[in-house]
Design a protein around this ligand. Structure first.
Ligand SMILES: [Zn+2]
Length: 263
């Protein structure tokens, strides 16, 4: 690993139980690999308490939100109220490392009720506007709806379409609205030609690096648990596709993520 590289994982669920046995060791290993920090997105009210414990313990950045997979929980109205209260508390606290609302969004491959997903996502875009925070967005097979909401509600701080998998045309529509695309382990799979075209063709300020750990382990890896330690591989793949040096890509990715989330 080149010692000049400084990487930030913009999307890593290191609060999840998959990391309970070796979280501290993993974070030391990440630092040795040049991964200086990471953002832990929130997914549901039942996860926030433990998430906040972990982010405080390791002083890392975090988002607070309700993932579309959890948006039709029975207590969803209460969850939105609690989310609003938590955002208000953390936004006021100058010591807090809260940097985003999310992850939130729309997912048509998931069986939760789509109308409820729309309501819960809309509420969170409104929270992002109220607290002037960028969004971490999960969008699966629902890009038209996501684009429409972002266009109509037009939050000032924009955000990231995390785990982006689409082609250059879809990518450009997000980028033209001011959003960035989270590029992760999918890029390492040979069967992702659309995404490879996107990364080769769009300007470098369109992307941020992410892993979505523990999900999205690259297909050829022996581990079923993904970790931020694959970030240098993603970086190298972007460098190859863009025909530029890894150092240059890492500097641009670092500046993209720090600007977007005001780190
Ligand atoms: Zn995620």
């Amino acid at each position: 690993m080149d010692s000049r590289l400084q990487l930030i994982d913009s999307h890593a669920h290191l609060d999840f139980p998959e990391f309970d046995t070796d979280r501290a060791e993993l974070i030391v290993e990440m630092q040795q690999a040049g991964i200086s920090n990471f953002i832990v997105p929130g997914v549901s009210a039942t996860h926030w308490q433990n998430q906040l414990k972990v982010v405080e313990q390791f002083s890392c950045f975090f988002g607070l939100g309700i993932h579309p997979w959890y948006s039709d929980a029975l207590n969803i109205v209460n969850q939105l109220d609690s989310l609003h209260a938590l955002l208000a508390t953390h936004k006021k606290n100058k010591q807090s490392h809260l940097v985003a609302v999310g992850e939130c969004g729309l997912d048509k491959l998931h069986n939760s009720y789509f109308d409820t997903q729309l309501k819960v996502f809309t509420a969170q875009i409104e929270f992002a506007i109220e607290f002037d925070l960028p969004l971490i967005i999960h969008a699966v097979k629902a890009h038209e709806e996501v684009l429409k909401l972002l266009k109509v509600l037009n939050p000032r701080k924009k955000g990231v379409i995390h785990g982006f998998y689409g082609g250059p045309e879809l990518a450009s529509r997000y980028v033209n609205l001011g959003y960035k695309l989270g590029i992760g382990g999918l890029l390492l799979n040979d069967n992702a030609p659309k995404l490879q075209h996107t990364v080769a063709q769009l300007p470098l300020d369109a992307f941020v690096l992410e892993t979505d750990s523990p999900a999205m382990a690259p297909k050829n890896s022996r581990n079923c648990r993904n970790t931020p330690l694959i970030l240098p591989n993603i970086l190298q793949k972007i460098a190859n596709l863009q025909k530029k040096s890894a150092v240059l890509i890492s500097e641009q990715m670092f500046s993209n993520v720090t600007q977007l989330f005001d780190l």
